[in-house]
Design a protein around this ligand. Structure first.
Ligand code: CO
Length: 161
């Protein structure tokens, strides 16, 4: 496993659409393991593959003791509205308010290619899932944010994805 460099705002790869994963073997597992190392080193909550230069539909999320790996994720249901302060490992020093659904249902594959479903109304988890899914579509939170500000210490509200 190894740390990978996080691509920064202005890098073209962050605005491109990621491609579906077709092979669930060693190279995917290496990518995921490197992403975990990189996310934990940065103390972020989520990381999408394009942020480390891999234009693949892959993201990971860690909230407390709960970890998630989503391959080829699809948002199949959503409801309500939830606005939180977001930040992004690819856009250091900025934060902004973003409206997300209050609940989502996503379908995805795991690292072995087996399908699973996440259905949650945990607003922080929904926010991180939607932020990371946007990365796979080349969308950055700044495009959706209001009240964009220089980063302050968010403490409990901190959400760096
Ligand atoms: Co981000």
């Amino acid at each position: 496993m190894a740390l990978r460099q996080i691509r920064q705002y202005g890098d073209d790869i962050l605005t491109k659409k990621a491609k579906p994963v077709r092979e669930f073997g060693g190279s995917l597992h290496l990518l995921l393991d490197d992403m975990w190392d990189t996310l934990r080193e940065q103390e972020g909550l989520g990381l999408a593959a394009p942020q480390v230069g891999a234009l693949r539909q892959v993201f990971i999320v860690e909230l407390g003791e709960d970890t998630y790996e989503l391959i080829n994720p699809k948002l199949v249901e959503f409801d309500g509205v939830n606005e939180r302060v977001e930040a992004c490992l690819s856009i250091p020093g900025k934060q902004g308010n973003v409206e997300r659904p209050a609940s989502v249902k996503m379908e995805a594959l795991d690292r072995n290619g087996d399908a699973f479903v996440i259905e949650t109304d945990d607003e922080m988890l929904v926010t991180v899932l939607c932020h990371e899914l946007d990365h796979l579509h080349g969308i950055l939170f700044l495009e959706k944010a209001t009240n964009i500000q220089d980063r302050v210490d968010l403490e409990d509200e901190e959400e760096e994805n």
